[in-house]
Design a protein around this ligand. Structure first.
Ligand code: ADQ
Length: 485
């Protein structure tokens, strides 16, 4: 029997990343992600384990003998807690991760911006991998342990886990939007997914809108009788026991103090000065930072900036737009097409409106370190965050946290979860091209005192609601959620 734990965090990815050297040898580094630092205090306090995939394919054919914790090839002392790797073969990655997760659920939950595909041969691996995760957690969880399941890749885990271990207290948090009823109902496996989620004691979303969509679905699809804070379900497995599923909004955030501290360092400030110099010391630096994803509306801001250049509202040399995009999901066709489209738009705008030595747009398709990103945040006068739909969008909060002198302006899509909190940004409808152009000009040209007042208000919000508050409020709500044992 493997060692057992009081707290089990379950996420598609482990908080480690593999680096391969020239000889092909793998070394592991700890991911600096927000989720890890948010959970670190609880992970250290509790006897905790993190269950997830390492991000690299397991040797084929997939071998169940390699699954034991003792055979873990990832060093034991690298994580913030014990790590338990769930292996995925190349075939699993294709059907489960690239297939059902990123070609069905991801587009469907983001307003079907890209057309979701519904393939039975991708649903099957989704069920199978969710079962693999649930079985692992069932083995590792102590009697009465707390389990926190994360995100859209693992929506069936709460239900599968409750079947196996009704003694556990199970929380589920969705990091992406939960769609309106009409969209969700397209899913051929809609009942299975809802039943999976309702296996939890607490289901959390970023926004009240997501929670309301979910509750409305329990009525429409499952004929339950939800109220504003949850829904009672009947556990078939437990002889008709009634059980309460609490549902609520828990807006995720960042380690605000850390971003503020990095931005204040001499290194970040020198790097920001250097960035502006390299850009030709323009009056206005505009910035976009995203994973290269079709939900992020990179095309929205490129179109707006191009049109502003075309009509002379901004001139090369006076304003430069820097787009930093990190490579993402490069094996999925929609992402390959998106990259081509974005790079075509950038090339066109540069060709049409650029000047020798004064390109109006600069583009990096590279991952950057946190310190490098913060230097860009410090250098930028206007941050452009224009997703068509986004669960939260941490970049918006990172920019605000990095503006330690209260300067700068944020143009933010009203369809990002962050818009609920950052109401002092320049809010835009990303589908309204003229509105986006007007907001960019307003952000560039508003009175500095007004900009400072807006930034101060946003900073107060982000300092008061940081990632630690997010994690502790979710775990407190989970602890208080009603459950039957
Ligand atoms: P993402 O879709 O990845 O997250 P986001 O919240 O913006 O979106 O987080 C992206 C992270 O990647 C940020 O921390 C950012 O700094 C970093 N990043 C972006 N470009 C980078 C680059 N070139 N190099 C290095 N780092 C880069 C999903 C949901 C969001 C939700 C989060 C958290 O889609 O809506 O906010 O999870 O729940």
């Amino acid at each position: 029997m493997p060692q057992q734990f009081d707290l089990v965090v379950v996420a598609n990815r482990l908080p480690v990343a593999a680096d391969q050297d020239a000889e092909g040898a793998t070394s592991w580094t700890r991911s600096p992600g927000g989720l890890v630092s948010a959970l670190e205090p609880v992970l250290r306090k509790e006897h905790a384990v993190w269950v997830g995939w390492s991000g690299r394919p397991a040797p084929d054919p997939y071998s169940t003998e390699d699954l034991g914790l003792e055979l873990e090839p990832i060093p034991h002392d690298i994580g913030p807690c014990a790590l338990s790797e769930v292996e995925l073969s190349r075939e699993d990655i294709e059907g489960f991760y690239e297939g059902f997760c990123n070609s069905t659920i991801w587009p469907l939950y983001h307003d079907a911006i890209a057309t979701p595909v519904y393939h039975r041969h991708q649903w099957e691996p989704y069920v199978e991998i969710n079962r693999r995760f649930a079985e692992r957690v069932a083995e590792l969880a102590q009697e009465g342990a707390t389990v926190w399941v994360h995100d859209y890749q693992l929506q069936l885990v709460p239900g599968m886990l409750r079947e196996r271990r009704p003694d556990l207290r199970i929380g589920f948090f969705l990091h992406i939007p939960f769609p309106p009823i009409e969209l969700f109902l397209q899913l051929p496996w809609r009942r299975e997914v809802m039943q999976g989620l309702l296996g939890a004691d607490l289901v959390g979303f970023h926004t009240p809108g997501g929670a309301a969509n979910f509750l409305a679905l329990t009525r429409r699809l499952l004929e339950l009788d939800p109220d504003d804070t949850g829904v009672d379900v009947v556990d078939v497995l437990r002889a008709g026991d009634r059980r309460r599923v609490t549902v609520g909004a828990f807006p995720i955030s960042i380690d605000t103090v850390e971003y503020d501290a990095i931005a204040r360092t001499v290194e970040a400030q020198d790097a920001a000065v250097e960035i502006r110099e390299k850009l030709g010391n323009p009056k206005h630096v505009l910035l976009g930072v995203d994973r290269l994803d079709y939900t992020k509306g990179i095309d929205v801001r490129l179109k707006a900036v191009s049109e502003l250049l075309a009509d002379g509202s901004i001139t090369p040399g006076d304003a430069v737009f820097v787009q930093i995009a990190s490579p993402s999901r490069e094996n999925v066709e929609d992402y390959q097409r998106l990259r081509d489209e974005i790079e075509l738009m950038i090339g066109r705008a540069m060709g049409d409106h650029g000047d020798i030595g004064a390109p109006p747009i600069q583009y990096l398709h590279q991952p950057l370190s946190r310190e490098e990103l913060v230097a860009f945040y410090v250098a930028a006068d206007v941050m452009l965050v224009t997703p068509y739909r986004d669960g939260m969008n941490l970049v918006a909060k990172e920019y605000v946290a990095s503006r330690y002198d209260d300067s700068g302006a944020l143009v933010l899509s009203e369809f990002a979860g962050a818009a609920v909190e950052l109401t002092d940004s320049f809010l835009v409808n990303p589908y309204d091209a003229d509105g986006v152009k007007r907001a960019i000009l307003a952000a560039m040209n508003s009175d500095p005192d007004e900009l400072r007042a807006r930034m101060r208000a946003m900073r107060a919000q982000v300092f008061d609601h940081d990632v630690n508050r997010w994690a502790s409020s979710f775990l407190t709500a989970l602890d208080r959620s009603e459950y039957s044992r």
